[in-house]
Design a protein around this ligand. Structure first.
Ligand code: IMP
Length: 182
């Protein structure tokens, strides 16, 4: 599939993203105003650009950590396995934690990660997702804060990849194939 020629049509501009990130950060700052320290957990790799912009807009004491989960699809999506490839460096028990995700799609990855993190007994645990594709949801999970709801399109840019490419685009675009498969 990655070898099929495609073009990328801009869907959300860099300017629109920046304005939304600023607004999200204001809401998150207000929500955690009383925190001694917010542990911001980026889910690798897709959230790396978003988390970098978001933390710079937070007016809170912040610590940044990362977690990498990988999901493997097979023929029956409901039996999809989610594995932790890289765990957090720090403890989160009794702490305020914000999980930062690029896209909530079926919801499998995030619900699995949240289940694991909840088990570590944080004081507060919230989610900020840049994008949400509600039409694709299979597991009922919703981020506390969502940047943009988008239709069921395959998107790239602003940290999000297609077969590891296009993460460096400053905007979010949708992938459009220019030739039919086969
Ligand atoms: P979920 O477990 O189905 O919710 O998968 C979420 C993950 O799938 C995201 O963190 C992305 O890494 C990936 N993903 C979902 N939709 C897209 C897309 O449109 N473009 C690139 N990656 C996507």
């Amino acid at each position: 599939m990655p070898d099929r020629p495609y073009v990328i049509d801009e869907m959300i501009s860099a300017k629109t993203i920046a304005a939304r990130v600023e607004a999200l950060a204001a809401d998150i700052t207000a929500h955690f105003a009383d925190t001694d320290k917010l542990i911001v957990v980026g889910l690798l790799r897709g959230s790396f650009v978003f988390i970098a912009d978001l933390v710079r807009e937070l007016r809170l004491p912040v610590e940044v950590d990362f977690l990498e989960a990988s999901s493997y699809g097979n023929s029956t999506q409901s039996s999809r396995e989610v594995r932790i490839l890289k765990d957090l460096r720090g403890e989160i028990e009794g702490r305020d934690v914000l999980v930062v995700e690029d896209i909530v799609d079926t919801g499998f990855t995030l619900s699995h990660v949240m289940h694991i993190l909840q088990g570590r007994k944080p004081r507060r645990l919230e989610i900020c997702a840049l994008l949400d594709k509600p039409a694709r949801r299979e597991v009922p999970i919703k981020a506390t804060w969502t940047g943009f709801e988008i239709p069921d399109e395959f998107v790239v840019g602003y940290g999000i990849d297609f077969a590891q490419r296009n993460r460096n685009l400053p905007y979010i675009g949708k992938v459009r194939f220019t030739q039919n498969a086969g």
